[in-house]
Design a protein around this ligand. Structure first.
Ligand SMILES: [Zn+2]
Length: 476
């Protein structure tokens, strides 16, 4: 888009933000932060019957004409001859599967959706660094709430909010509050402020403040806390006296750590080997991207027990190259798939990202058959859950696990016929096909409509937040 068209478009979109919707009483209530999780529906008892159930549980497999019985937020039973209980929901013609597990997403910058432009000065990093420094806690709330609503709408039941613009404790609190209000299962990884010099350690006060009374912020345990770390390398190397105190503090607090590493441009640096030699890898570490990992470095990741998150949507878009999904799976490295940032990817539909994951593996191998559709869906459910350490709770429709599930209705022009369910779900599902979304037994989408969130209010709030950032950055 040309510079002028871009400006005009953004100005036009921003104008919507000052519409009457923004001034609604509901909006004012949300801004004060007293709406919270109290607007979420109760965890009821219900049975989805007569559905095609893809359990993603190795022992249970797919079950046609089956029921899923949910009680008190838990999967009570799954199978053909389940009597069930509570409200009966007709699942005839529907495909029921676990909700998608997203593993790294800068939800705070979704208000900059599709902002990364076509010239170096409009690229992702300068754009986010410039606008990020003008983001208020309320802007974080609006952006993360927009992301969480999009997540639920498109079938994600878990997200990893990778919050690397924590300018104050209030910024981190706003991110957590938006996740809690949406009712989604999540990890909030508390990071540093955009623009922080690489010579300076990140202020640990926000992380410590959150950790101190985390239970009261966790929305009944639905949200967990982690630390988003800059690592040993950003534009250039970071000194040990800068990065080590950050790492040590997270370990002292017993929090999982996540870090971007080894984008293709840094291939020569050997970042993973540096982390390994400095004893900064372990079961509590998630490495993001790791596209440039050598074979020896993949062995180091495997040996350490660290997990990896890859984001083919943003990695292909920004020119990082192909992710090493098959290579990592062959080593037995826990692997999850992620959205990364809507500033680069636009839509954050995880089904689309999972399809890109399969497609990029097939493209690399020059084979139609390198990765199966079912494997890609596994990465988006039980595999992603394993990589985040939550597979004992979610990721498959297994009795005793928490009830995080979705129902897809193929009764639409882009689906219509059900051939192979795994292929159809991976290749054709869009947000509009996700009929029902359940998180921890709460029905958050039903009949194609969000039950706990007001879409108009969220859109108006996001537009107003962007308009404010534009004003403060004098981008007219
Ligand atoms: Zn990222």
């Amino acid at each position: 888009m040309c510079q002028i068209c871009r400006r005009d478009f953004i100005r036009g979109a921003a104008a919507f933000g000052t519409s009457g919707l923004f001034a609604s009483p509901l909006m004012a209530q949300t801004q004060r932060g007293d709406a919270g999780a109290s607007r979420l529906p109760p965890r009821g008892e219900f049975t989805i019957a007569n559905a095609y159930v893809m359990t993603m549980d190795g022992g249970l497999g797919d079950i046609a004409n089956a029921s899923v019985h949910v009680r008190n937020g838990e999967i009570a039973a799954v199978g053909k001859d389940v009597g069930g209980g509570g409200e009966k929901i007709d699942g005839a013609g529907m495909i029921v599967m676990p909700g998608l597990v997203e593993t790294h997403w800068h939800m705070w910058n979704t208000i900059f959706r599709s902002f990364a432009g076509d010239k170096p000065e409009e690229g992702y990093f300068p754009t986010v660094a410039r606008f990020g420094q003008q983001v208020s806690p309320e802007d974080v709330f609006q952006s993360t709430r927009l992301s969480a609503a999009e997540a639920i709408n498109s079938g994600m039941t878990f997200v990893h909010s990778w919050c690397h613009n924590v300018r104050s404790t209030a910024h981190a609190e706003a991110d957590v509050r938006a996740l809690a209000e949406a009712g989604i299962r999540a990890r909030h990884s508390c990071g540093w402020p955009q623009g922080l010099p690489d010579t300076q350690s990140a202020d640990q006060a926000p992380l410590e403040n959150l950790a101190r009374d985390w239970k009261s912020r966790s929305n009944d345990g639905l949200i967990t806390l982690g630390m988003a770390w800059r690592g040993q390398f950003r534009a250039g190397p970071i000194k040990p006296e800068v990065y080590q105190p950050e790492f040590d503090n997270a370990r002292k607090l017993g929090l999982p750590i996540t870090v971007h590493v080894a984008a293709a441009a840094h291939r020569a640096v050997g970042q993973i080997e540096l982390l390994y030699k400095a004893k900064l890898l372990g079961k509590d570490i998630q490495l993001v991207h790791a596209l440039a990992a050598s074979d020896a470095e993949l062995d180091m990741i495997k040996e350490s027990g660290a997990a990896v998150s890859v984001s083919p949507g943003s990695e292909l878009r920004i020119g990082y190259g192909y992710p090493q999904v098959s290579e990592m799976l062959a080593k037995g490295i826990p692997l999850g798939i992620s959205v990364d940032t809507s500033a680069l990817t636009g839509s954050s539909n995880m089904f689309g990202v999972l399809k890109l994951t399969r497609d990029s593996e097939n493209a690399k191998a020059e084979s139609e058959f390198k990765m199966t559709a079912r494997k890609a869906l596994e990465l988006g459910t039980i595999g992603g859950a394993r990589s985040m350490g939550i597979d004992n709770k979610v990721g498959s429709l297994t009795p005793g696990k928490r009830a995080d599930l979705i129902a897809i209705s193929p009764n639409a022009l882009n689906m219509a016929v059900v051939s192979d369910p795994a292929h159809l779900v991976l290749e054709a599902t869009g947000p509009e096909n996700v009929d029902t979304v359940v998180v921890d037994g709460r029905i958050l989408k039903r009949g194609g409509k969000l039950t706990a969130l007001d879409t108009s209010e969220i859109i108006a709030g996001a537009r107003a937040a962007l308009a404010g950032v534009r004003e403060r950055t004098k981008w007219r």
